[in-house]
Design a protein around this ligand. Sequence first.
Ligand SMILES: Nc1ncnc2c1ncn2[C@@H]1O[C@H](COP(=O)(O)OP(=O)(O)OP(=O)(O)O)[C@@H](O)[C@H]1O
Ligand SMILES: [Mg+2]
Length: 258
Amino acid sequence: MSDANAKPLVSAVDLHKQFGETPVLRGVNLQVHAGEILCIIGPSGSGKSTFLRCINQLETYQAGRLYVGGELIGYQETGGRLRSISNRQVVLQRRRIGMVFQQFNLFWHMTVKENIIEAPIRVLGQSPAQANENAMRLLERVGLAAKADAYPMKLSGGQQQRAAIARALAMNPDLMLFDEPTSALDPETTGEVLSVISELASTGMTMIIVTHEMGFARQIADRVVLMEEGQIRHEAPPDQFFGEQAPARLRAFLSTIH
Ligand SMILES: Nc1ncnc2c1ncn2[C@@H]1O[C@H](COP(=O)(O)OP(=O)(O)OP(=O)(O)O)[C@@H](O)[C@H]1O
Ligand SMILES: [Mg+2]
């Protein structure tokens, strides 16, 4: 468990995001400390993916502030005014953050190992030998060493997702974001992906996980939050969050997914 007095690794302050006229994030306030595992749950359309995508700058936000490692994400602030940072700066900020998507998002024309070494060579400037060695170590870790030279379409969904996790880890991120990493998987392969994420949790990696797997959230999270209509409506350690004392609205939501 992290030190509550330490500076948060991720801090969202009154974060607002809209698509056209439609508000999606309506003042998100949330802090995540280094080493903490935060699970986000909430109804479809409540803004969970959008929030993760803002952290990783796949979306921009329009108001509020978002900090990772104390650094303002996506903007430079001068005299209270925000100015977009350059693409180069976006790349620099983003490389500290790994993201794993529901649909894996591997490159289809590359082998598993090529998928993993691409960004470390291109963005971090690793030598091919170094990137290869690191990739094989990560593939061992996610139980996929035998599939290093296979193309993603030859793999099961669970294997593809484990490859995607290895790819994100190859950038040595400070923070891992998971957006429903198992919801495209069948029950057999879901377990193998959840155990890889649990193993990662045991190493002290800071993680924000959007999930519908309540048993998993209960087991892995330091804190669980409910996102509704673009706001954090409730947050608590898992025992309380899923316990008898939880607010009626939360229990009603949980009863729809149990
Ligand atoms: N690129 C986009 N353009 C316009 N609207 C969008 C875009 N992306 C998301 N939205 C809208 O923003 C709202 C929040 O979407 P988001 O994907 O963040 O929800 P979610 O909580 O992740 O839902 P789910 O549980 O279904 O994944 C939805 O109403 C969605 O239609
Ligand atoms: Mg989503």
